[in-house]
Every structure is written in C-alpha cells, then in structure tokens.
Design a binder for this molecule. Structure first.
Ligand SMILES: [Zn+2]
Length: 309
C-alpha cells in the first residue's frame, strides 16, 4: 500500500499519510459516481475533484477491488502474499495508529508486533465502552472491534484502533488470524509485521470489512494477506447509518419455523409459553400448540403485544 511512497521519507509519517491517501482514493470513487449519476458537475464537486486529483497523483494504487461476500468470513488477497515495503524498519517493535479521517473513521493500524507490544501476563482488559466508533449504534448488536487485537497490542480504548463491527467479523473473520500471530509470537519470541486497514466505501460510516496483513520478521512462520467481511449472515447492514435489519430470507425462515406457542381462544392472541399473560389466562381459553407463526396468523391469531412472538 505504501510501497511507492516510502523511499527517503520517514516511515511513520508515511504510514499515517498512507492511511489518509487511501481514503482520499475512496472518496474519489464517491465523487466520480456523484458526477456520473446526476449528470451535472457542481462547482463544489469540481473543486473537490481537483483537490483529490492533486492528492491522488502521489497516492498509491489500491491493490485490490472490494471482494464480494460469498459465505466465507474472509478471502485471500494477492494470493495470500502480504505486501509490505522492504524499507520498513523491523529491528524494533512499534505500533502506529492513523488519525481518524474527517468523517471520524479509523484509517489504518500498523505495527511490528512482539512480546513487547503484547499485554503483560497480569494485565487485564480495560473498559472500551466509552468509545463510539463511526457508525456505532448501541442497539443494533454491534461490537467494538480492535484493528490490532488486545492480545497483540494491549490497546484498550484507543479510538484509532476500534471500528464498528459484527461479532461474525470479530470472531469468525479476524480472530483466527489474531490467534495465529499470538501463538507464533508466544512460541518464538519473534516479531510480526502487521497491518489492519478498515475499508470504507464512499462516505459509509461502517466499514465493509478489514484488510489484514502479517509477515513474520525473523523467519517464515507467519504470512497472510486477507480481507475479513463486516457482515452478519441473515441480516442486512446499512453501512451508511449502522442500522442492522433481519434479511427477507431470514425473516421468512423465522416465520415458517415451528415452535411451541400458547393460544388464547378468547382473545385470539398467541404467546410464547414464558409470557406472563399465560399464567393469568383462564384454563378453558388456553391451548398449547406447535406451529409456525405464519400458520397461526393465517388461522386468525394475532401475536401478543407483550411477549411479541
Ligand atoms: Zn404474550
């Protein structure tokens, strides 16, 4: 990602700049499509376009197109071969977290990981609940995902290292790679060059996923280059707003799923067996059934407003 830029310039500065430039590239796409879709080019857009053109003249070409999710939590990029610049100093441990961009989004985290960057054996995880990463909504089932995991960096509530992500991305996507690096460092005491870049499409506040790369320094023990999808199977995500809704397919599956309900033959309501109304119901009105929600509604029953079956 930063290959063409590094020559002769201090590395850390460039890693940060690389993060910025990536996002300028992403905005190029957004601006370009704005022009294309409404057919007009406003002065504001023109100015923006000129500004980004100037910046992208020096920007690296992003190495991959955003992959399509097809059921696997992660996919290989560049045949799984990491693309770090040979000029990055790897003789000592470091961690760099790019500044948030103008939309308040994480940009990039890069580190040379080792036992030095990991939390000490007695160190406990800190509270990260005060951080609200871009796109965060507290009632949508989101998790705060570390770009560089706590077990590798010891970073807790660093807002430059936390993105709004699904449990699926965190656990199915990222964790196996984080564990691999963690195990390797613990076994060998070696260093691992490691970069995690959240990929935001246009001005979306929630990332489409994270690009993870790692390469061990002292030997060939660790090497990967992958993209982990920020998705939740069965759900649709609005990446602009952070809203998560059950997908039509999932909803249909839930509707046709047969389970135990309690019917009230007087009110024609149906309840979960655990509903408080069930205890109060007169025995002669009460009926236990195993049916799908769909079927009950087709028979004229309505879902209870309290237990919301
Ligand atoms: Zn109920």
């Amino acid at each position: 990602m930063v290959k063409k830029l590094l020559i002769g310039i201090p590395i850390l500065l460039l890693l940060i700049a690389g993060g910025f430039l990536w996002h300028n590239s992403a905005e190029d796409i957004d601006v370009a499509s704005k022009i294309a879709s409404d057919g007009t080019t406003t002065e504001e857009v023109t100015t923006e376009t000129q500004a980004t053109e100037t910046q992208t003249a020096a920007a690296p070409t992003e190495a991959f197109a955003l992959p399509e999710y097809d059921g696997e939590p992660s996919v290989e990029i560049n045949n799984n071969v990491p693309e770090f610049d040979a000029d990055i100093e790897t003789n000592q441990s470091f961690e760099t977290y790019g500044e948030l961009d103008k939309h308040g989004r994480c940009t990039d985290a890069i580190a040379n990981l080792s036992v030095d960057t990991q939390p000490g054996a007695s160190e406990a995880r800190g509270d990260i609940s005060a951080v609200h990463p871009s796109g965060w909504k507290s009632d949508q089932g989101w998790e705060r995902c570390h770009l560089i995991g706590w077990q590798l960096s010891g970073e807790n509530d660093n807002p430059r290292n936390l993105v709004t992500g699904t449990h699926y991305m965190n656990v199915e996507g990222m964790l196996p790679y984080e564990n691999e690096v963690d195990w390797y460092i613990s076994e060998t005491g070696n260093h691992v060059l490691y970069e995690v870049t959240p990929i935001f499409e246009g001005k979306n506040m929630v990332c489409a996923g994270v690009h993870m790369q790692a390469e061990s320094v002292e030997d060939d023990g660790v090497s990967f280059n992958v993209f982990c999808f920020n998705v939740k199977p069965g759900y649709e995500i609005n990446y602009k707003t952070g809203e998560v809704t059950v997908s039509d397919e999932e909803l249909a599956a839930q509707q046709s799923f047969e389970r135990g309900y309690v019917l009230n033959q007087n009110t024609m309501k149906f309840h979960y067996p655990s509903c408080a109304s069930v205890e109060k119901m007169a025995e002669h009105n009460k009926e236990f059934v195993t049916m799908s929600r769909e079927e009950l509604i087709s028979k004229g029953y309505e879902p209870c407003g309290n237990c919301e079956p």
